[in-house]
Design a protein around this ligand. Structure first.
Ligand code: RAM
Length: 331
């Protein structure tokens, strides 16, 4: 063998060694949620697994804390940095408090995006909104107003964590459109932290404090269920209507019980699927997070980033006695 031939052979062998068997190194994408044990995030996880299967070389690490605080999420982020994951797709418990930990992740080469509940621009490459924020805010107030009909009534908001980016934006949007809904008299906003028991107690507090309470808007899938249950347990079906954002699978029984006339949500499976796809595309260098960039998201088509590197998915959909059972089978 000539020296030249020998060189080619050994180089080829070295390259083969480096490449290893196909798919040996899966892209590790951590789907970090506000809290574990939340049906909304479990549905998003389903979508993430679907995307991983389609993409082929992706491993999903589904994780999050048990309390909806920034501190608890920072611990999760630090452990993902130590594990050397390739990407983090996070639904944030706090817009700003997570930034230093996520910046550290990005400095170590981890691709960071937020979805559902956003992180401030310095702490992520892009943010995926489930829908347009003004649309969600308006829909929540409209549902409360429609439930009141010609009556005017006291309405309260039962939110998730007081620091939750998404709920805080939606509450702001709700307040903006209040002048358009003369029958809605917003009296209070309380926080159930996306915990069933705290949300239940906060609802009891609202009921005790506002004898003329006619509606509760809970823009959280955990809060809306707890509020509906509290209204039923207090014997106030027909007097207090619970609405907001919830999962058909968790709300069907409450629609039947009459504590909720209607509520809204987008498809959480599609949201988790899309967040995973985006994290993968960015990690693989197939897309860049910059204003006006288009990122393809498999069966969902593509999204286009705005000037803040944000994109929004579909419009929320309304569920009531007519369709809730059909969708309860899906999410
Ligand atoms: C809860 C979470 C989540 C929100 C939904 C509607 O599950 O707070 O962030 O998008 O409700």
């Amino acid at each position: 063998m000539t020296l030249f031939k020998k060189l080619i052979v050994t180089t080829a062998a070295a390259i083969a060694l480096m490449a290893g068997p196909a798919n040996a190194e899966a892209v590790k994408i951590a789907l970090v949620v506000k809290t574990l044990g939340n049906g909304f995030f479990d549905a998003a996880h389903k979508g993430a697994q679907e995307a991983a299967k389609e993409l082929g070389d992706v491993e999903i690490i589904y994780t999050g804390p048990t309390t909806s605080t920034a501190e608890a999420q920072i611990d999760v982020i630090n452990s993902l940095i130590a594990q050397k994951v390739d990407a983090i797709a996070i639904s944030a418990n706090d817009k700003d408090a997570l930034v230093p930990a996520l910046k550290k992740a990005m400095q170590r080469g981890i691709t960071v995006i937020s979805w559902d509940s956003g992180v401030a621009p310095e702490g992520r490459l892009m943010h995926l909104n489930p829908s347009s924020n003004p649309l969600i805010g308006n829909m929540c107030v409209k549902l409360a107003s429609d439930g009141l009909g010609s009556e005017k009534g006291d309405v309260a908001i039962l939110s998730a964590a007081s620091t939750a980016t998404n709920q805080n934006i939606w509450i702001e949007e709700m307040k903006k459109v209040l002048p358009n809904y003369a029958n809605v008299n917003l009296v209070d906003t309380v926080y159930g932290d996306d915990l069933a028991d705290k949300s239940y107690r906060e609802t009891q507090g609202l009921i005790a404090k506002y004898p003329n309470l006619k509606a509760i808007i809970a823009p959280t899938s955990v809060g809306i269920v707890a509020a509906a249950q509290a209204v039923e347990d207090a014997g106030l079906v027909g007097k207090v209507n619970v609405t907001g954002l919830g999962l058909p699978s968790e709300m069907a029984g409450h629609v039947k019980a009459g504590s909720s006339k209607a509520f809204a949500i987008w498809n959480p499976i599609d949201l988790g699927y899309s967040a995973t796809y985006i994290a993968y595309e960015l990690k693989a260098g197939k897309a860049e997070a910059k204003p006006d960039a288009e990122i393809s998201i498999g069966r969902m088509g593509k999204i286009k980033l705005d000037a803040n590197n944000e994109a929004a998915m579909a419009d929320p959909f309304v569920y009531d006695a007519g369709n809730v059972d059909e969708f309860a089978k899906i999410f």
